[in-house]
Design a protein. Structure first.
Length: 158
């Protein structure tokens, strides 16, 4: 059941399925650093880190003025859009994924710019911590709320 997801959230779902088929795990709305929130953050089987920004319309793309700040937080950067999106709007030198709520396909592989080891390690640890907190919140919302109050931390905002 696809509740009341926004178009970008539906696209992120299809992108996450694509990533899974390539051996990646992913989480949506991940904050690699304060002030940055990526739509899909993916960790590959060999430790690769990909960032995918999902754009549901021209206005959504034009409102995104922070995307270049994401480049320092991944090995590869992709745009994900649906079939109706005018892909000529998207900047060159980035990857392109076309998808919908159910699946997606990599149309253009993003160029690789490898992260330094220290940043990769920190991101993988943050990814694991955020994913575990989200799982805990799903399994036991009362405990997750208690730990947020006790530690003063909010998931994804460390």
């Amino acid at each position: 059941m696809m509740l009341d997801l926004q178009p970008g959230q539906k696209l992120a779902r299809g992108v996450s399925r694509l990533l899974h088929s390539h051996g990646f795990v992913s989480i949506e709305e991940f904050m690699p650093s304060r002030g940055l929130r990526v739509d899909v953050f993916a960790l590959g089987p060999k430790g690769q880190i990909w960032v995918i920004e999902c754009k549901s319309s021209r206005a959504d793309f034009q409102a995104d003025s922070k995307w270049q700040g994401y480049l320092d937080w991944c090995d590869r950067y992709f745009w994900a859009v649906d079939m109706a999106f005018a892909t000529d709007l998207l900047p060159g030198g980035t990857g392109l994924i076309i998808g919908d709520a159910y699946d997606a396909e990599i149309i253009r592989m993003a160029p690789e710019s490898k992260l330094v080891a220290a940043r990769r390690k920190a991101l993988i640890q943050k990814f694991a911590t955020d994913a575990a907190r989200r799982l805990q919140a799903c399994r036991d919302p009362g405990v997750a709320a208690f730990s947020t109050l006790k530690t003063g931390m909010i998931a994804d905002d460390d």
